[in-house]
Design a protein around this ligand. Sequence first.
Ligand SMILES: [Zn+2]
Ligand SMILES: [Zn+2]
Length: 481
Amino acid sequence: MKNCFWLFILIAGLAHAQTYTIQTVPNVRLIDNTYVSDPDSRIGSETVTQLNQKLATLEQLTTAQVAVVLLTSIGTETDVDFAQNLFRLWSIGNSGNDNGLLILYVEDQRVIRFHTGYGLEGILPDVICKRIQQQYMIPKFREGNIDAGMLAGVEEVIKIISNPEYASEVMAQESAARSSLEWFVLIFMIAWFVILVTVFLINLSTGFFNSKEPKLPSAALSIGQWLLLMIVAPTGLAYLLGLTNSWILLLGGLYVYFNLLVVAKYKRIINRALNALGKSKSDEVQKFMKEHNSWSEWAMLFPLPFAFLGRGYKKIMQGLRTHPRKCQKCSGKMALIPEVNKSNRLTEQQQFEEKIQSITYYIWQCNSCDSSLIEKNPNDKKYYAKCPKCGTWAFQSTQKTLKKPTLDETGLLVKVSKCKYCNHTVESESTMPMLQKRQRVYDSESSSNDNDSSWSSSSDSDSGGSWGGGDSGGGGASSRW
Ligand SMILES: [Zn+2]
Ligand SMILES: [Zn+2]
């Protein structure tokens, strides 16, 4: 007896976990001309009866055919493929107007799919299918009440098919409620950004971004905290509210954020330059001038802050070049010596550097004492280096390929560096690695499997009927729980 019991459990277990193919799903239409195929009794027999009655009435009134299939498992196949194949195999819906709908419930994948025929795609578009699933079925399924979920979902489907205007009513109500929520969130976000940007700019004027300054206000936020406040928090909120456009908020937030970083960078550069000028540190001013190069490129990406800051920035840049330096000796004002009077103050090498435009020199002369200051301003775009022999910034390198690398042999590269001032030359050879064989990737030809063996939809028998021969283009929607 005990063995029999265990055997029963085993068989019951196997039966429970049965995996169906489209061929093994009982076609109830052929068996007893009904609509609900539930071989593993996922819902009660009373529910099945109710559904069959409702769907029979629907077909009598509208000729639309709705098949409901509940399975424990379809193995590894996707619900979309399975539904499409089953739909075609059974030919649900009338062959004339393809008004069929397959409602597929797969327990182990926890998925409900509505697969609509061509003729129902207009009345039951994907959004409507999805909404019915989300609103009427999924919550019940989550509670484990498959009967109630299936009944509620099918009832909504019947309402819409028998009166298509009902769908637009549902949609209108939904979208009105939705768009007002989205408007609220949008206005909230804009207000949020405005407040944050204002706080940011106020903080910026107190220099909080320069974290190396000892007089930092303790309430200042780090860059990461700003990121959290400006983007992660609002986007997360929008996502939790289920807004479809939460990614727009993410991108918008990121853009505003980077704009602010640009403003912060501007502020930092200006501060540093003015600071250096005040301390009469010419090398720091040059460092600042260098930063100007990358700075102008930012304006293309972030035109908004530059519309406000650009002119002031130019003025400061101009001012930096001509701003009187402070004499280190007597603290008097130093004046810039005009270009024409420069040459007698510079060495021959320095004059050469100016000629090849590797370095520009600015000479400052104190008005009160005889001390002078020479500012060296290297030109980045000329690619000169300092000559190891004479020290002039006139060392230029060129590269030449002596031998090209092949698949079997390495190549040879020679680098010639020559000083334009003293002709000091340095040559160095280096090998180039062999070429790698590139593996060719062939596109696998996509094989089409269109040889559907459609059952003849015209054969009528006494024992049952048949689905009407409808076809589906794969429309519909799925939801998971
Ligand atoms: Zn002086
Ligand atoms: Zn040299």
